[in-house]
Design a protein around this ligand. Sequence first.
Ligand SMILES: Nc1ncnc2c1ncn2[C@@H]1O[C@H](COP(=O)(O)OP(=O)(O)OP(=O)(O)O)[C@@H](O)[C@H]1O
Ligand SMILES: [Mg+2]
Length: 406
Amino acid sequence: MDSLAKNIKEVVSLKSGVTRLTLTDFRNYAFLRVNPGLRPVVITGENGSGKTNILEAISFLTPGRGLRSAKLADIRRVTPAVIDESYLPGNTSWAVSAIVSKNGEEFEIGTAVEKNIRETEEESRHFDRRIVKINGQKGSSQSELGQYLSAIWLTPQMDRLFRGGSQPRRSFLDRLVYAFDTEHAKRTSTFEHLYKQWYQLIKSTNGRADANWLLSLEESMSAAGVAIAAARREQIARLNRFIESAPDDVFPDVQMELDGTIEQMLDTLPAVEVEDYYRHKLAEQRKNVLYNDNIDGVNRSDFKVYYKKKRMPAELCSTGEQKSLLVSIILAQTKCQIVNQGFAPVLLLDEVCAHLDDGKKEALLSKIRELDLQAFITATNPEIFSAFNGYAEFWEIKNNTIISHD
Ligand SMILES: Nc1ncnc2c1ncn2[C@@H]1O[C@H](COP(=O)(O)OP(=O)(O)OP(=O)(O)O)[C@@H](O)[C@H]1O
Ligand SMILES: [Mg+2]
């Protein structure tokens, strides 16, 4: 066994993941409690039975907006009664809580959406706020969740990741960073918040906002922005190095790059100088807000992926190749996280076999088995997972409950 495989084995044998999951008024589940083991779980059921919703619930135990990037208000279980009563006031509108194990140590973590009571449904939606709880105490920010659980997901929506606009690629990359740098989640949400404030201030005053106020926002934005750019660069370099040193035998080698003014300046200039540049650039771009023009900066950087051997940008690769590139990235991230962070992420794989040829499907399953970590894998047809018989847990969803077939 080579040293990487040995290293991974040692960490993974300690086991991390979710050992109890409780959903309350989450999507199609009024109440659901399951106690998964720290190994793969294959979730099957008809279309619309609630497979993806379980993965989404677990994704909410990590920082960010979950694997569907959903609006908080859309997640609360909708029933005809609730629709009729138009969002009755209450404390929380939905919740996901869990007992997680991190290398054998157990923690209770959870997230819920607190409803702020407003007269109309529109307003109450506006004030929904996500809170987190760790061992019974309210946490100060979502980024704290990252210390107890890490999740990496692959969903059918991501099949279009390389073809569409850059925003989902940036979010994907930022999530890869969270696992190594829990502060990154705070940084990205701070930047987003400041950016909105700055944009609205310029718009609402038609460019005549208080100059000191604008300057102070620009100063904070450039500081957060440069920290974001630096963390993204570091993660890409780490993964590129990892892939170079431990290439996969089935899934293609990828080369990752960042295409962004601020990220590229960090190649040659110290962070303080880039910060100065960014601050001036933001001030210069105030007029772009009024003309609805683009604002350059870390909010526009793109995450570029190449199929290394073919020297082909991912957006020009075939559907199956694009899926394989994503699998390569998440496998590298998983191993890199295990080796460097000392705890394994949970894999959330939604219909992951779609677009993969038989050889790759089999290879993916045997790689998951080799890694021996917790993975939640959905499928409409359990037959492709027959190799997991006697190893994985098999859950079938029927009428919003789970029937377990071990
Ligand atoms: N807020 C909500 N309240 C109640 N039900 C919801 C809510 N949001 C989504 N649903 C329903 O949850 C059901 C399960 O959705 P989910 O995406 O988990 O299905 P799935 O098993 O993954 O299906 P597929 O095989 O088609 O991917 C759907 O019928 C959907 O309409
Ligand atoms: Mg689904």
